[in-house]
Design a protein around this ligand. Structure first.
Ligand code: PGA
Length: 250
């Protein structure tokens, strides 16, 4: 799957009943029959199929927000990677901080989910990021390196992988690192991925955490920022589309 810049993904989180989810998808579909960049939306599981159907004649990518590490079985309430693919998803977000910190997901579990997603042919959007305490203690780089080392299966290639750097303290808070910090971190991530994966320097790197139409252009102008992962501002079609345009997308 070719991911042209800017790569702009919207994580709807636990938002959207059928009517509003389809209205949002429809408003984006009207703008996105053809795209110069990559636009993706990640609705809740309940809407993946309906949203995928709604945007099927456009270039919009639809994904799930998580998957189970097994393909099927006695796992009440869980959704597997083949189920997501069967519902029309082409991608899945793994390792989001709301799952790492809110639900106790470990790097090892995320790595197992990664293998399952790959086996089902899904693009993986792997989220990594430090907490505020780690940031203040100067442990950010070590944390990010550990998450990359622990969450990526051995021997994978760069295809079908996107890495999203999302500082936990920037998610939904209105706070972001400075552009200089984002530039430096993304440069380091690029180097880390190049060491870990053959061709890893080609993996698209997204920034996430309080991205808005107002700050999107400055962030996406940075050389090692290939796009953004957007939470709150992706729930409004106009905001989400203007973020995509701010990254040079049309
Ligand atoms: P936010 O969320 O844009 O609302 O900060 C980003 C994310 O959690 O992916």
């Amino acid at each position: 799957m070719r991911l042209d810049r800017p790569v702009v993904f919207g994580n709807w989180k636990m938002n959207g009943l059928r009517a509003e989810g389809l209205a949002l998808a429809g408003a984006l579909a009207d703008r996105a029959v053809r795209l110069t960049g990559t636009l993706g939306i990640f609705p809740p599981f309940t809407l993946v199929h309906a949203v995928a159907q709604r945007v099927k004649d456009t270039a919009i990518l639809v994904g799930g927000q998580d998957c189970h590490e097994r393909a099927s079985g006695a796992f009440t309430g869980c959704v597997s990677a083949p189920m997501l693919a069967d519902a029309g998803a082409k991608a899945v977000i793994l390792g989001h901080s709301e799952r790492r910190h809110g639900l106790g997901e470990t790097d090892a579990l995320i790595c197992a989910k990664f293998r399952a997603a790959r086996a089902a042919g899904l693009l993986v959007v792997l989220c990594i990021g430090e907490t505020e305490a780690e940031y203040l203690a100067g442990e950010r780089n070590a944390r990010l390196a550990a998450q990359i080392a622990g969450s990526l299966p051995e021997g994978i290639g760069p295809e079908g992988l996107v890495v999203a750097y999302e500082p936990v303290w920037a998610i939904g808070t209105g706070r972001t690192p400075s552009t200089e910090e984002i530039r430096a971190i993304h440069g380091e991530l690029r180097a880390l991925l190049a060491k870990r994966i053959v061709g890893g320097d080609t993996v698209p790197l997204l920034y996430g955490g309080s991205v808005k139409p107002e700050n999107a252009a400055e962030i996406m102008a940075l050389a090692d920022v290939d796009g953004v992962l957007v939470g709150g501002a992706s729930l409004d079609a106009r905001s989400f589309w203007s973020i995509y345009q701010a990254g040079g997308g049309a």
